[in-house]
Design a protein around this ligand. Structure first.
Ligand code: DLL
Length: 437
């Protein structure tokens, strides 16, 4: 694919807003009819509400439609939400989740083309092109990260290195020997790659790598600074979920001021998670997504559990597709300690404002005297490790104060030796929950 083809591909990012809304409405009508005609659960939920596909006359009529949740995918496991015959399905993916059976998602050939298109737009928007070599270090397999990024790299005509996860030393060697310019992986894994490179005497800042496309887990501004400084790159936040397509639902442009949603394919709404009421652009709430052009398994008003807001101001880059803010948290990740709502991402943001700590940490929840209690284990870096006890105590206090200033709770902080917290290759595990239920 040459550069003019990529320009055409990205044209949808800059479409006149009236045209975009017309396109969204036409696609919405079409997909609602397709889902109604072919998915029993969708039809019965619409019938219960007395809503028919022809009632969708304007975009705001989307509010007439029922919501769907992860439990609906579990209840219809494995193929109950498929809207085309199996002969039309060319790919399955699955997300393991934390309990029980995985959820299964399906793609027609055309769905895969949509996925490649949005991933190509994402990578091109981050400044990658056919002259680049891009290492994909998201897991390949049932997880959508690896294969999703892979097809996007091919679609922009860049050279893909399908490294998948693991074998960290080899990843570093490939980056150096192949002169890799871009990498796609989780932010926590990239942190691990920087450490592994340093341990092998390689300074990533001296390698040709200049772009990282990081997602699949929440990460803070502090983490961004560490990754960008540690490797001499620009870091781009990419968001997605299996139920909608995989990576490529929304991504940052070079302004790094929120993620542009590919809303010609995925229609975003923000709702109040408690009442289900649709909130105006700009307000924080739960992101709800509708796939406008996915046929194997259309998702209508899917409640993601991810908390964010739609940014209303136009982006300096000129794209007309709206942006969402960094995903601040998943509503499921919240825990309540002594009556205070706490999200792991708040703890990371506070922690990484403190100098002398590494970005490797673990939150430990337990039960003490019948009450929920929280402790934070933080790895110190090599330089702080040799400090006097007095200095370490001062560091501990600084961390505790930084966290308290954000969450309003004093929590126990334990400093642990460098490299003592397990590194993850995919999504980082940040919380160990030992609470007695
Ligand atoms: O994580 C798809 C993906 C792969 C996205 C590679 C980006 C890059 P799932 O395993 O289904 O799919 O997990 C989806 O991960 O609902 C969010 O809670 C979280 N998530 C994904 N991207 C981000 C991000 C993939 N950039 C779930 N920031 C979503 C924060 C994210 N959370």
């Amino acid at each position: 694919m040459d550069l003019t083809v990529i320009d055409n591909l990205c044209a949808a990012d800059f479409m006149r807003v009236e045209h975009l809304r017309e396109l969204q409405l036409a696609r919405l009508k079409n997909i609602v009819k397709h889902a109604y005609d072919n998915v029993a659960l969708f039809r019965s939920r619409m019938d219960e509400r007395g809503v028919r596909p022809e009632h969708i006359k304007e975009l705001k009529d989307i509010a007439l439609l029922p919501f769907f949740k992860k439990i609906d995918l579990r209840d219809t496991y494995p193929f109950g939400l498929f809207a085309v015959p199996q002969s039309e399905i060319v790919r399955l993916h699955a997300s393991s989740g934390t309990t029980g059976k995985p959820i299964v998602v399906a793609y027609t050939k055309q769905d895969l083309d949509v996925w490649s298109e949005v991933m190509a737009r994402a990578l091109a928007g981050a400044g990658l092109n056919k002259n680049d070599i891009v290492q994909v270090a998201y897991g390949y397999g049932l997880f959508t990260g690896g294969l999703g990024a892979h097809r996007g790299v091919e679609a922009i005509g860049a050279t893909v290195v399908p490294a998948s996860v693991g074998n960290t030393q080899r990843q570093v060697m490939l980056m150096r020997d192949f002169g890799v310019n871009g990498i796609c992986c989780t932010p926590s894994y990239f942190l691990h790659l920087i450490e592994a490179a340093n341990a092998a005497g390689i300074d990533m800042r001296e390698l040709p790598i200049r772009v990282g496309i990081f997602g699949a887990e929440p990460w803070s501004q502090g983490m961004r600074e560490r990754l960008e400084e540690g490797a001499g790159i620009k870091a781009f936040d990419i968001y997605g979920l299996s139920e909608i397509i995989g990576p490529g639902v929304a991504v940052e442009c070079t302004e790094h001021a929120g993620m542009h949603v590919y809303e010609d394919h995925f229609y975003p709404e923000i709702i109040d998670p408690d009442t289900g009421e649709v909130l105006p652009d700009g307000e924080f709430g739960e992101l709800v997504l509708t796939t406008l052009s996915k046929y194997a398994m259309p998702m209508i008003r899917y409640r993601t559990r991810d908390l964010t807001r739609i940014i209303t101001e136009p982006c300096k880059c000129g794209r007309t597709i709206r942006r969402i803010d960094r995903i601040s948290a998943r509503s499921d990740d919240m825990f309540i300690i002594r009556g205070v709502n706490v999200f792991p991402s708040q703890i990371e943001s506070a922690l990484l404002t403190v100098e002398g700590v590494s970005a490797n940490y673990m939150i430990i929840l337990s039960t003490e005297n019948g009450m929920d209690s929280i402790a934070l284990e933080v790895e110190i870096n090599e330089a702080s490790f040799s400090d006097q006890v007095r200095e370490l105590e001062a560091l501990q206090k600084r961390i505790s104060a930084a966290v308290e200033s954000v969450i309003g709770l004093r929590i126990k902080v334990k400093l642990v030796a460098p490299k003592s917290i397990a590194r993850s290759e995919g999504k980082a595990k940040r919380v160990i929950d030992n609470r007695v239920r």
